[in-house]
Design a protein around this ligand. Structure first.
Ligand code: PNS
Length: 162
């Protein structure tokens, strides 16, 4: 039996194989996995929001449980509006756990009807991050072990223009 639905929020700037690891595992647990592109005020964005959504849709084409959306507001408000009881976040290590726990507590305070489930990054995926991918792309490194093959051409095209 699967649980009803969850939200997997993030910047996805761009989507990485670390994100895909969490999305595929969440899709085994939940009937519907909303993958939400939200704004992280602490990060200066690289790809436009619509492009991030487009890349996520391409990467998740074979996961029927996934619905990609974007939202310009508080995560807690989105869970309230769509009546989503669970937020899923991946944790890569101890420092992630500390900051993610703080975020989970604040979100639960804002919407007591939701809670956050943490999934540990799978082995080999702990080092992958959007910022690492952007840096490798800027210097023309091979990205095939870090991003889904469906979005590789989009990332290469964006960085070849810079
Ligand atoms: O991929 P990221 O950058 O770690 O994702 C962080 C994100 C986008 C999930 C977080 O910044 C967020 O929830 N932004 C929406 C605004 C919000 O609700 N902020 C309060 C969180 S305590």
């Amino acid at each position: 039996m699967k649980l009803s639905c969850c939200l997997y929020p993030g910047s996805f700037d761009p989507v990485t194989l670390g994100h895909m690891d969490i999305i595929r595992r969440a899709a085994r647990i939940f009937d519907v996995v909303y993958v939400g592109v939200l704004c992280n005020p602490d990060k200066k964005g690289c790809f436009p929001i619509e492009k991030r959504v487009d890349m996520l849709k391409k990467a998740c084409y074979d996961i029927p449980e996934v619905q990609v959306l974007s939202y310009n507001g508080l995560l807690a408000r989105l869970t309230e509006e769509k009546e989503i009881p669970v937020v899923v976040r991946g944790v890569r290590g101890v420092s992630d756990l500390e900051s993610e726990s703080a975020m989970a507590r604040i979100n639960h305070h804002l919407n007591p009807n939701m809670d956050t489930f943490f999934l540990p990054a799978s082995s080999g995926k702990e080092e992958i991050s959007g910022s690492m991918v952007r840096q490798l792309a800027a210097f023309g490194a091979d990205l095939s072990n870090f991003v889904p093959c469906e979005v590789l051409p989009d990332i290469l095209a964006a960085f070849s223009k810079q």
